[in-house]
Design a binder for this molecule. Structure first.
Ligand code: IVH
Length: 673
């Protein structure tokens, strides 16, 4: 079928528009459309290309889904070698580097450097000819790498075509492919669930994902690209400054570091290093140092190379975030909900500049999966603001057959039985409120900032008061006296008075905070807020049945069960009653619970509804008492069909089930709330 002119023009326009949005998102960090609006453009283009396959050009943004697996990677010989970097670990080495350079270049004045983070991923090269991406290769040994074009094409941050009307004849862009921490954690979670390979760190995950023979899998991995230099170049003159070359790359559509800076002296470099070290934990991706490059290209050329590294650049490394140390023992810590968490006791070691002697081992399954044994040399990692964890044992350094840690049969704190709920990784102490550890954690949680916000009631104090049996539960907090408090260690009368004031102040709260403070398993702040908003008062929350609870946003069967279980305990009800009697109160709120106009009905949703995600639409229906099903049957009350409905629509028609469009859906859920 010939492609109508209008469709051809529309596809070209969509492609242009999508490329522009990609540029704004990945390169400028300043998107101008919502994800939904972007998805709409994307889906429309896919639709056109499905209808007229000849419209699907290789540089179309829809072609990033990967292709059938290759049998191997071809070797690519880099025309311009991909060099490595010299390292510095101390200020002194940085000063020596600068001194050497100034001597060699006979340059007395301070030298200007272009600075950016050293990303912890893997180096690749992207070759563009007349603006089109024609080849991507790994660094390999610097001379020969692997052709990974099919994989690189799946990264949304790698432009398939450069921006602008006069792209250079040939340009080879170099940069790092890496994985952000959030994506890395999510990937490992899903790998673990599906029994796939779990990666030790984001670097390995990035390397493993980029070197898959099946680019369709690469397409599903959260990889990012950031450019840091130009290799081969044939085109009109480039700026003779590293910094301006990077700006040029950004202008032609390539992502560059947000942290890139042009610095006027080595002192400014040292200051930059300190600033980046401070920012490190908040970046959201691993960096292992900063890289400084002489800014002036002519001077770079004059300085030249030694062995495999340029004389004009250096990596100033940060303290390692992954180190090796010995696992001395494994203890079990009891949390607020009774879960026993294995904690590694380590030979103290500095990780990322902080001394670490404890690290989490997550749970027993992890220990077994990673085969971590007491006495092993282990790799410990501390990244971002997360707690240090044991990544893996170093098997090569294991001697003999050391023992695996074992879960104690009884709680190490209260000696109650330890129980593993079928289908759950966690083992729990069955002691409940008789377990001191659970009580302590429960009280700490109750007092915490997002809960009752009791200023001055810190962890140490709670521990002391529980140990000395001054308090047994949160309900005892509001009966504390000045006398009791002043008798405590490191508690002057003034701080005791302040604490009593803080307790008094905390009585005025909100229903959501109070529900959160009670510490029902899996009821976080947002669920507590949803419960408060939905029911409007505490009695209703405490007495709601499982079905009613599940009408609340983010409350599924498990959380509903937890809530019901919590309030079914007589001891918990008593604590709540005592707290209220002590004077805890909150402003009344209107319940937002909708009338149950759709009780007993079952709906199926297909296609996309404008302005509502599938989940949002389902919640709105459920809030009115409806059930949502994923398949159409004769029992279905109606099928709600948005744009691009799937096969469910046909099935509904075949079964004679009522079909509702967007307007009818809005009428169902509108007005009633
Ligand atoms: S420049 C001639 N800049 O570090 C300069 N490298 O140790 C060669 N890396 O293979 C590299 N971030 O994988 C440069 N901002 C950055 C970098 C960076 C990470 C990696 C890259 C390279 C290795 C050299």
């Amino acid at each position: 079928m010939p492609v109508p002119k209008s469709c051809r023009a529309e596809a070209a326009e969509l492609r242009q528009e999508i490329a522009e949005h990609n540029y704004r998102y990945y390169v400028l960090d300043a998107p101008t459309v919502t994800d939904q609006a972007y998805d709409r453009l994307f889906r429309r283009l896919q639709e056109l290309e499905r209808e007229y396959p000849e419209l699907a050009s290789a540089d179309s943004p829809t072609q990033r889904v990967g292709s059938a697996p290759a049998s191997h990677f071809e070797t690519v010989t880099h025309e311009v070698a991909m060099l490595s970097l010299d390292n510095a670990f101390e200020e002194e080495e940085m000063l020596a580097f600068d001194r050497r350079l100034r001597e060699r270049l006979d340059h007395e004045a301070p030298l200007a450097y272009c600075a950016e983070p050293k990303l912890d991923g893997l180096a690749i090269s992207l070759l563009y000819e007349k603006g089109e991406l024609v080849r991507a290769a790994t660094r390999g040994d610097g001379r020969n790498g692997e052709n990974i074009t099919a994989n690189a094409r799946t990264l949304a941050s790698i432009p398939l075509r450069l921006r602008g009307d006069s792209p250079p004849g040939r340009i080879e862009v170099r940069g790092e492919v890496y994985m952000e921490l959030a994506g890395f954690r999510e990937l490992n979670r899903s790998q673990q669930q599906s029994g796939g390979k779990v990666f030790a760190n984001p670097r390995n995950a990035a390397a493993g994902s980029l070197r898959l023979l099946d680019s369709r899998i690469t397409a599903s991995r959260p990889l990012t690209f950031c450019s840091y230099g130009i290799g081969l170049y044939q085109g009109s003159d480039l700026p003779q400054s590293q910094y301006r070359q990077m700006r040029y790359l950004r202008d032609i559509g390539l992502p560059i570091s947000r942290q890139i800076e042009l610095l006027d002296s080595i002192d400014a470099c040292l200051d930059y290093y300190r600033r980046m070290l401070q920012m490190r934990d908040g970046l959201g991706f691993d960096i292992d140092g900063v890289v400084f490059k002489l800014d002036d290209s002519r001077l770079q050329h004059q300085a030249g190379f030694v062995a495999r590294a340029p004389r004009w650049a250096i990596a100033y490394k940060f303290p390692a975030q992954e180190v090796m140390t010995r696992l001395l023992d494994v203890d079990f810590q009891v949390g607020r909900t009774g879960a026993l968490t294995p904690v590694a006791r380590l030979d103290p070691v500095a990780v990322g500049g902080v001394m670490v002697s404890n690290a989490t081992l997550h749970n027993m399954d992890e220990i077994l999966r990673k085969d971590i044994r007491i006495g092993d040399v282990v790799i410990v990692r501390r990244a971002g603001d997360v707690i240090p964890e044991v990544v893996a044992p170093v098997i090569e350094r294991r001697k003999g057959k050391p023992a695996l840690p074992s879960m104690p049969a009884r709680c190490p704190v209260c000696d109650s039985e330890v129980f593993q709920q079928p289908g759950q990784a966690a083992y729990r102490c069955t002691g409940g409120l008789i377990c001191r550890a659970q009580r302590k954690e429960g009280i700490k949680h109750f007092a915490s900032r997002k809960a009752m916000d009791i200023e001055g009631l810190g962890d140490k104090l709670v521990e002391q008061m529980v140990e000395q049996e001054i308090i047994g539960s949160v309900a005892d907090l509001y009966g504390l006296t000045l006398e009791q408090l002043s008798g405590l260690e490191r508690m002057a009368e003034k701080s005791a008075r302040n604490l009593l004031d803080a307790l008094e102040k905390s009585k005025r709260t909100t229903l959501a905070r109070f529900i959160y403070a009670l510490g029902v398993r899996e009821v976080g702040e947002s669920t507590a807020e949803a419960l408060a908003g939905h029911f409007g008062n505490l009695d209703q929350v405490m007495n709601a049945d499982l079905e009613t609870l599940q009408q609340v946003e983010d409350v599924g069967p498990v959380v509903a069960e937890n809530i019901r279980h919590f309030f079914d305990q007589q001891s918990n009800r008593e604590i709540v009653a005592r707290l209220i009697a002590a004077g805890i109160h909150w402003p009344a709120i209107e319940a937002s619970r909708a009338a149950q106009t759709l009780a007993g009905k079952t709906y199926v949703i297909t296609g996309t509804l404008d302005g509502y995600s599938r989940d949002q639409a389902a919640k709105l229906l459920k809030a009115r008492g409806a059930r949502i099903s994923s398949s159409v049957s004769a029992k279905t009350s109606a099928v709600i069909a948005g744009e691009n409905p799937g096969s469910k629509l046909g099935k509904a028609q075949a079964l004679g089930v009522e079909i509702l469009d967007q307007a009818a859906f809005e009428e169902l859920v509108g007005g009633a709330s």
